[in-house]
Structure formats: C-alpha cells, structure tokens
Design a protein around this ligand. Structure first.
Ligand SMILES: NC(=O)c1ccc[n+]([C@@H]2O[C@H](COP(=O)([O-])OP(=O)(O)OC[C@H]3O[C@@H](n4cnc5c(N)ncnc54)[C@H](OP(=O)(O)O)[C@@H]3O)[C@@H](O)[C@H]2O)c1
Length: 331
C-alpha cells in the first residue's frame, strides 16, 4: 500500500510517498481502507516538530513515527476477535490521534473506540473533515458554558475549527459574531453568523459590545482585550491561534480569573466516541456541515500541507487516498 512517510522534521519537502506493507489488526483493532483523510494544524506541527517541547512526545531529534492525518473516513476491511461494535463493510469516521497509525496511509489499524459509524447520507469527504475540528469546537463551546440567547464571539472563525464553532454556536441558540478576513465574510454569513467583523480593520475590543463567551480559535488578540470584552460572568476559551495567543492563555488565564467573575481558560480537546457520535448525528441531520476548501490526492500531500501551513484555509483540507470513482461506488 502507499503511505506518506517522513523521517526528519522540516518543511513539507520531508514528506515522501512510499510503498509500505499493509498492517494487520490485532485482537482489539479494526483494519480500515481509508478513503479520505482531513488535515489539521496539528499535522504541520508534527511535521515541523515545532514548538520544540512537542518533540518530548514525538521524538527529540527525529520523528519516532509517521503519524500525520488524524481524521479519517473509510471502510472496515477486517476486525480483530475482541471487536464488538463494527463489522467488515461498515463505513466509519474517526479521530485516530494517539493510535500510532497515520491517516496518510491507504490502510490503517486502530482501536474501535476511536470510530463511529458513518451515516449513509453523509459523504466520506464530510465525514473525514469533521472529527477533530468539530469536536474541538464543541468542547470549546461547552467549556465556555454555551447556552441559548448568549452573545458569542468567535475569533479566527474561517478555518477548520472556526467554521464548525460558528455553526455549533448557532445550533445552541446563540447570537454569533464571527471575526474573519473580509474575503470570508460571505462564508461566515452562510454558516449563520449574525455579525461579521474584519480582523484587519474592526476592533471588537473597542466597539462597546460585550460577549458571554469568546472562543479564541485563530490569530492573536491580547488576553486583556478578550477579558475586557466579556460580560461580568463571561468566559474566554482559547482553542488555538498564534503562539502568543496560546502562551498568554496558558500563562495568564488562571491568574487573571482569580478574584474575577470572568473566567479565562484554554482547551485541550479530548476526542471521545460520544462527542464524535453527536457530530456525526448533526451532520446527518443537516444541522452542521464541513466546509471543504480543497482536496488533494495522496501523492500531493506535500502541497496540501504547504497550503494548510500558510494559515488561510477556508474550512478543511482533504487528502483522497483512492481514485474518486472507487469512493463514489462505495457510497
Ligand atoms: N485546543 C485544542 O485541543 C485544539 C484542537 C484542534 C486545533 N487546535 C488549534 O486551533 C487553531 C485553529 O485550528 P483550525 O483547524 O481552525 O486552523 P486553520 O484551518 O489552519 O485556520 C485557518 C483560518 O485561520 C484564519 N486566520 C489566519 N490568521 C488569522 C488572524 N490573524 N486572525 C483571524 N483569523 C486568522 C484564516 O483566515 P484568513 O485566510 O482570512 O486570514 C483561515 O481561514 C490552531 O491553532 C490549532 O492548532 C486546538
């Protein structure tokens, strides 16, 4: 089978299309024929080995494993003897982070708890694009105590996680302000945003608006601006963004929450079957959809990674591991 392998940290030039042997599932695993894989920001961080502390987990001088492509959708080809939830032929989606497998491989073996059944009316593309981005958005909104009627600001709303966050906040009944570049305002409105602000010229922190919940998804605004813009019992949850945004939330979030009715925190998303199933249900119901920017064949994974790393994706970037026709025939 073919897979993308990288043996050193660096730019997308380190990614190599290689022939490797097909894995064999152990008793607790399923073998998946991967149709579509979605990339996430975590993938280019694994590829570059930056920020450097990441390397304590992934290998100090060179990557211990090729583990790119966390979000997958495909068909189960074999099951281990202890597998109870799935059978051969089931179409599934999942987040395989931590399994040791790479979604940039035509076949993978992963434990069943990382997967849920793909609804028949959801395409493999939609299914693969959803797991990490949607579950992160869901858990961020939940950590921020999302509730109907709230005024919610989503900063950096036009990428993978942000496009789901806008839709989920609307689904929960909030009034949503999305901060994105002007070129993406139409997309933001189409996803349900009630107001849109341009991060290049509109300053949410000085327009007098106050928000019950702010999700910091991408870009950078000072944690003090976020705090100032919260309602008295408001919550700021940092999902990601520039290193300065991440660092401030980690270093100052708890400190600035002490003695304040406002709460500032960061999220470490932890995927689980229940949240994945929830997102899958909302997809099938048409309550949310994945915004797909571009799709690339496996051999062009380096180009896909370069595009994602440039930081301006409009939703999700996909890798298709088989010819289009083969995927369409399987539904
Ligand atoms: N906490 C967790 O557990 C967790 C889990 C998953 C992801 N994350 C993190 O969440 C962050 C977002 O992930 P993602 O998948 O949404 O990333 P992404 O898809 O790469 O985000 C790209 C989007 O960010 C926008 N953007 C770029 N610079 C911006 C700026 N200065 N201000 C506002 N928007 C800006 C871009 O819009 P323009 O092109 O218009 O600039 C683009 O649409 C990443 O840092 C990722 O590492 C965290």
């Amino acid at each position: 089978m073919q897979a993308i392998i990288y043996r050193e940290y660096g730019s997308a030039d380190v990614l190599q299309l290689s022939d490797v042997s097909r894995p064999i599932p152990n008793a607790d695993q399923v073998l998946i024929n991967v149709y579509v894989t979605a990339l996430n920001a975590a993938d280019w961080r694994l590829m570059t080995g930056k920020p450097l502390p990441l390397r304590f987990m992934t290998g100090l001088f060179k990557p211990k494993q090729s583990m790119l492509g966390t979000d997958i959708a495909g068909i189960i080809e074999a099951v281990g003897r202890n597998v109870t939830q799935f059978k051969v032929g089931d179409a599934v989606l999942g987040n395989i982070w931590g399994s040791g497998a790479s979604g940039l491989s035509q076949y993978i073996c992963v434990p069943e708890h990382m997967l849920v059944l793909k609804p028949a009316n959801v395409s493999f593309e939609q299914a693969a694009a959803t797991p990490m981005a949607a579950v992160t958005a869901l858990q961020g909104l939940r950590q921020g105590h999302i509730a109907a009627g709230q005024n919610v600001l989503i900063y950096g709303a036009s990428g993978g996680a942000g496009t789901f966050a806008v839709q989920l906040a609307k689904h929960f009944g909030a009034t949503v302000t999305a901060v994105a570049s002007a070129a993406k305002h139409e997309l933001m409105r189409s996803l349900g945003a009630d107001q849109v602000l341009d991060y290049a010229k509109d300053d949410f922190a000085s327009n007098g608006q106050r928000y019950d919940l702010i999700l910091g998804v991408n870009g950078y605004r000072s944690i003090f601006s976020y705090k100032r813009s919260l309602t008295p019992k408001g919550r700021y949850v940092m999902l990601g963004g520039d290193m300065s945004q991440i660092f401030q939330a980690l270093a100052l979030g708890k400190l600035l929450s002490i003695g304040s009715t406002k709460q500032l925190s960061n999220l470490t998303a932890k995927t689980n079957q229940a949240d994945l199933a929830k997102m899958s249900f909302l997809l099938a119901n048409g309550d949310i959809k994945a915004v797909i920017d571009r799709s690339y064949p496996l051999a062009e994974a380096p180009a896909a990674m370069r595009y994602l790393q440039a930081g301006h994706a409009k939703g999700k970037i996909l890798i298709k591991l088989h010819a289009e026709q083969a995927v369409e025939q399987r539904g």
